[in-house]
Design a protein around this ligand. Structure first.
Ligand code: FAD
Length: 370
């Protein structure tokens, strides 16, 4: 069988990798423009402390976090030494002991069917600050050892390289879906026509425009996110945990003395690729309040990405009901680095007619059609 994957962010790259590894004939296509969510993402993999109650979402996020070690292992076997994934743990910080006690209770409950959450500990202010030195005084924390960080760019590139090793192709350009009667029979790209048995649409916020010529109104909304990268000269940040403060932002570190802070949640601004003073002010204000030690760090860059969200903030996955030959997954929102690799493996199963682990009826594509 012959598959074309349109959109090679984390979701499409994972889908293509799993298909190629299974021996299928796969072509990945990406326009490599600005704003790809995967390219800007922070990289926190820690779904268990979330207060979101939606069970269908939690199943995906939990399975996604659990799936990482085996995926990383299989990429390493393919020769990928740096997938960008590291289990550094996370601290959810608060100044009120009561809040921390409620948090630890929730975490212990969730560990019953998610042992990968690892050790759960209550940390006092000194212990908390010693794990992430730029923090302000006075924060205690709940520490979970199973949480991880992942560099979206590195993981995406590892998946793509491995897919190619397993025989996949990559084409850069903007694809359009080719229809014959009511069936997708391939794509139009860079002036060429490419045939496929199945076209897989993992196009993030751009899926709306891609599907419009088919007469399909696909309800994916874009949420703009700005995020900032800092450097702490001469500090070894490689083991620092992810920090989840009591606001809507986060801080996390990578190996090269780099600390990432953010991100904004900007609705109804469309595909606005700009870094704005208002966005930066919000990010710096919240981060420096929690971690004043970052105020003398070096500013490296700000990135902009668009989180794709489908109705109810719940991902969709499956066949496009209106046309033959089109599979879609979308709506990974703010947790797509957590769910994307796993959903990609599930989408590859659907494409090959293999039973999935998730109950796909919970994430119907029809739920995102207008
Ligand atoms: P994308 O990564 O956006 O990829 C879609 C791709 O499709 C793009 O590359 C685009 O070029 C391509 N495309 C579209 N149409 C076409 C076409 N017609 N032809 C060719 N190519 C096309 N998640 C977490 O789990 N943890 C985090 O800490 C986290 N932090 C985040 C921080 C920020 C700032 C942002 C923006 C997101 C964050 N996320 C996080 C969410 C996560 O990044 C996204 O949910 C996920 O990356 C979405 O992946 P995707 O593959 O669906 O879309």
């Amino acid at each position: 069988q012959n598959f074309i994957v349109i959109g090679a962010g984390i979701l499409g790259s994972s889908t293509a990798y799993h298909l190629a590894k299974a021996g299928a004939n796969v072509t990945m296509i990406d326009q490599k423009g600005p704003g790809q969510a995967t390219d800007a993402a922070a990289g926190i993999v820690c779904p268990w402390l979330s207060q979101r109650r939606n069970q269908a979402w939690y199943q995906l996020a939990k399975n996604g976090a659990r799936y990482y070690p085996s995926l990383v292992n299989s990429l390493e076997k393919d020769g990928e030494a740096d997938t960008g994934y590291a289990r550094v743990g996370a601290i959810s910080i608060h100044q009120e002991k009561k809040k921390l006690e409620a948090m630890i209770e929730r975490a212990i409950q969730r560990r019953e069917d998610a042992p990968e959450i690892g050790d759960i500990k209550l940390l006092n202010a000194n212990q908390t600050k010693s794990l992430f030195p730029p923090l302000a005084e006075g924060y205690g924390a709940v520490h979970v050892s199973g949480a991880a960080r992942v560099d979206g760019r590195l993981l995406r590139d590892s998946l793509q390289r491995s897919a190619i090793k397993h025989g996949a192709n990559f084409i850069e350009g903007t694809a359009k879906i080719k229809l014959t009667n009511n069936k997708a029979t391939g794509v139009l790209i860079n002036g060429d026509e490419l045939a496929a048995d199945t076209v897989i649409v993992t196009a993030g916020v751009w899926a709306k425009d891609l599907l419009k010529p088919l007469g399909v109104s696909f309800l994916v909304e874009s949420q703009k996110a700005q995020i900032v990268h800092l450097k702490l000269p001469e500090q070894d940040t490689s083991e620092w945990p992810v920090v989840m403060p009591p606001n809507d932002q986060y801080l996390l570190a990578f190996g090269d003395s780099r600390v990432v802070i953010g991100a904004t949640h900007e609705n109804n601004v469309g595909l606005d690729y700009r870094v704005t003073p208002g966005g930066l002010k919000e990010i710096f204000g919240k981060a420096l309040h929690v971690a004043p030690g970052l105020s003398t760090s070096t500013f490296i860059e700000a990135r902009v990405g668009f989180r794709p969200s489908t109705p109810g903030f719940l991902p969709v996955i499956g066949s496009l009901p209106t046309h033959e030959g089109v599979l879609i997954a979308n709506g990974l929102g703010s947790s797509g680095l957590t769910t994307g690799p796993y959903l990609g493996s599930e989408l590859a199963k659907i494409a090959q007619g293999i039973p999935t682990e998730i109950n796909v009826d919970l994430y119907p594509v029809s739920g995102a059609l207008g």
